[in-house]
Structures are given as structure tokens and as C-alpha cells.
Write a protein that binds this ligand. Sequence first.
Ligand code: ADP
Ligand code: ADP
Length: 232
Amino acid sequence: MISLSRLVKTYQTRDGQVTAVDHIDLKINEGEIFGIIGYSGAGKSTLIRLLNMLEEPTSGDVTIAGKNMNQLSKKKLREARQEIGMIFQHFNLLWSRTVKDNISFPLEIKGVPKEERDQRVNELIRLVGLEGRGGSYPSQLSGGQKQRVGIARALANNPKVLLCDEATSALDPKTTDSILELLVDINKKLGLTIVLITHEMHVIRKICHRVAVMEQGKIVEQGDVLEVFKRP
Ligand code: ADP
Ligand code: ADP
């Protein structure tokens, strides 16, 4: 489903160069929940941003669902990006729009007619358990509810892949668990491939099938979650 080959991302800084992602090879299967764990600065955010071309690779290849992302034209890239949803630590909601209008936003951009949009938004609201909150503004919601809006918005275009960037790091433990349960539910119901990055072991243990450990831009270990964390 996702294949990374000799992937490199180097940033130029005032003091020289930082190689945030250093020759990474990785394969993620369709329908899998794949976790990437590492300390701050390990290169996790850079890696996940390379997956949907929010960052352009310095070298190497990103292939998603058979498409080589770094060889697509601008138009094809826009289309390919609709197959990849993303959620964020701080939710990135539009604060002046209601829950419904936040979820509807990607559909508006795509030019989906109003009636179809409304129907899709209602389905999504049910899917993430936000019934009755469609007319609320983000400031009126709890952290967990905000992330549910983020998830619904990310799923609006029916993506094949959901990227989660520290999606539960701003939430308390109980809310974290309820969001993780929702992600498992979505993974099962929709067969969606989920890639998540986190610095929290608990998140990996709770929902991931496989895990890669990142350190200084490299994957230093990967495998089934139970195997990787069983080792001394
Ligand atoms: P804590 O529970 O103290 O916040 P973490 O969640 O950051 O710790 O990590 C828990 C465990 O995950 C570590 O003890 C280590 O075994 C493993 N781990 C996390 N990040 C890395 C890394 N970058 N390199 C090696 N192991 C890591
Ligand atoms: P993580 O998500 O694991 O905390 P990042 O991918 O954010 O790691 O960062 C990896 C390394 O790349 C760090 O050394 C960071 O300082 C550097 N880095 C990240 N983004 C940039 C940028 N836009 N410009 C320069 N350096 C960056």
C-alpha cells in the first residue's frame, strides 16, 4: 500500500544541514495500523509529511497505492492527496465554522453539490459519534470531540490512508483511549490503512499491528508490536 525507498529529507539550516530522514526503506500493508515511535527530533513529523508530499523529498521514492508520489503532475498530486487524510495534535480546525461546516470543508473545495455534502456530513457525524453537535463551534467542544471533528473531516473524501500526527498527545489518558478505539473501529469498518506517529508507547501498544522505531532519521528497529517491545 505504502512503500518508501531510500527516502531522504535534508533541511538547510544556518549552521549547515540536518538530515531529518536518512535513507528510509519501509513497506506498510493495506488495512494495517502502523506506528512510528521515537523521541522528539527523531524525524517522525518529517517522515509523515513526506507521505502526503507536504514535504518534498531530497531523494528517494514515496509510492502510495501504486502511484509514485514524487513523479506526479500538480493536478495528479492533488487527486492523489484526496486519498490521504490527515489528523493533527492540535486538531487544525477552522474556529469560525461549525462542526458541520468544518467536516464539509474538503467537500466544498472539491465542488461536491450541497445536498450530497449534507448527506455525507451526516454519515460522518454518526461515524465519529458527534450526533447532536453539528451546529456547535470548536470552542464549545472538549478536546476529544475536537479530534472527532478532525477525524470526520479527514475521512470526508473517503481516503485509503489516514495519517495521524501525534493525534492524541494533547488529550488526557481516558480521552486518548476513546479516540484510539474510534481509530480501530474505523480501521475495521472501512478497511482504512492508518499510519500514526507518536512518542507514547501506550498508543503503539494499544492499537498498532506493527511498529518502527526511529532515531536520528533512521529506522533502528521494526516488526510486530509484541516482538519489538518484548526485547530487553
Ligand atoms: P515514556 O513512557 O517515558 O514517555 P516513551 O513513550 O518515549 O517513554 O518510550 C517508551 C519506550 O519506547 C522506551 O523505553 C524505549 O524502549 C522505546 N522507545 C521510544 N522511542 C525510542 C527511540 N527513539 N529509540 C529507541 N527506543 C525508543
Ligand atoms: P520529530 O517529529 O520526531 O520530533 P522532526 O521531523 O520534527 O522530528 O525533526 C527532525 C529533525 O529535523 C530535527 O533535528 C529538526 O530540528 C529538523 N527539522 C524539522 N523541520 C525542519 C525545518 N523545517 N527546517 C530545518 N530543520 C528542520
